[in-house]
Design a protein around this ligand. Structure first.
Ligand code: ZN
Length: 259
């Protein structure tokens, strides 16, 4: 039977030192993948920090832009009021001339009434202009203060972003080193074990290989059977946890190294 023959062959190949080597290499690959996961999480976090800093600085910048826009709009309104004020003043001057040359008392009363109402209007405009100018002065002061603060903040942020980018570069360097190591370690594994590992790793993402201590899977803490433990000792095939599907390995101090 080909199945039995294959088992026989495997048993022949799997000396204790071979089992030890396989388990050690599997553990090493799993460790490299753990390191890769850690460095990738760190990288993501660094990118997120940069995004937050950039968002904050842009929000602050937009705030200042909004305030400058408000100042511009208010300055425009204030100018319009000043023009109106000037026009009203001219209007009053004209009425004074007309009033002086009024021919009847009735005419005089009409001019006086018009002038009085224009004076009220003028006073209102003067108040408005004054209010605008006071408000504008305050806004301009505030925005100038904020711009100074913003410049300092922008400098600080740019420095932080630069440092974060440096850390990202270091992360990427480590990442490529781990990837290189992963390639090397993968090549140490027999093709069959390698593909089994990749299958578990693709599903579990973390800790594809776990140790068994006191017959307990250290991945999910379920007890394994004696038969399974024996199978691990013999090393004819990889043993998977029935509960969490991870590859089970013996602890380093239980591995026999007769090589
Ligand atoms: Zn388990």
């Amino acid at each position: 039977m080909p199945g039995a023959l294959q088992n026989e062959k495997a048993r022949e190949i799997m000396t204790p030192s071979k089992t030890t080597e396989l388990m050690k290499n599997l553990k090493m690959l799993s460790k490299v993948d753990e390191q890769l996961a850690e460095v990738s999480a760190e990288n993501q976090l660094l990118h997120k920090k940069i995004a937050t800093l950039t968002d904050d600085i842009n929000t602050h910048k937009n705030n200042i832009q909004d305030k400058l826009k408000y100042i511009k709009e208010e300055t425009h309104k204030e100018h319009k009021n000043e023009i109106l004020l000037k026009e009203t003043e001219n209007e009053i001057e004209k009425l004074t001339v007309q009033q002086n040359s009024a021919k009847t008392n009735e005419e005089l009363q009409i001019f006086k009434k018009k002038k009085a109402s224009l004076k009220v209007r003028m006073s209102e405009l003067e108040d408005a202009v004054l209010a605008f100018l006071t408000d504008l002065d305050k806004s301009k002061e505030e925005v100038a203060e904020e711009e100074t603060k913003f410049q300092a903040e922008e400098q600080r942020t740019n420095k932080m972003i630069l440092e974060l980018r440096q850390k990202i570069a270091e992360c990427e360097q480590r990442q490529s080193e781990f990837l290189e190591k992963r390639k090397e370690v993968s090549l140490l594994l027999p093709a069959d074990a390698r593909s089994k590992y990749e299958r578990v790793f693709a599903k579990e993402k973390r800790n594809a290989v776990v140790e068994v201590k006191n017959r307990i899977c250290q991945g999910c803490f379920m007890k394994i059977t004696l038969q399974e433990l024996n199978c691990m000792w013999r090393g004819d095939d990889l043993v998977f946890c029935r509960n969490c599907n991870r590859i089970l390995c013996l602890p380093d101090d239980e591995l026999i190294d007769d090589g």
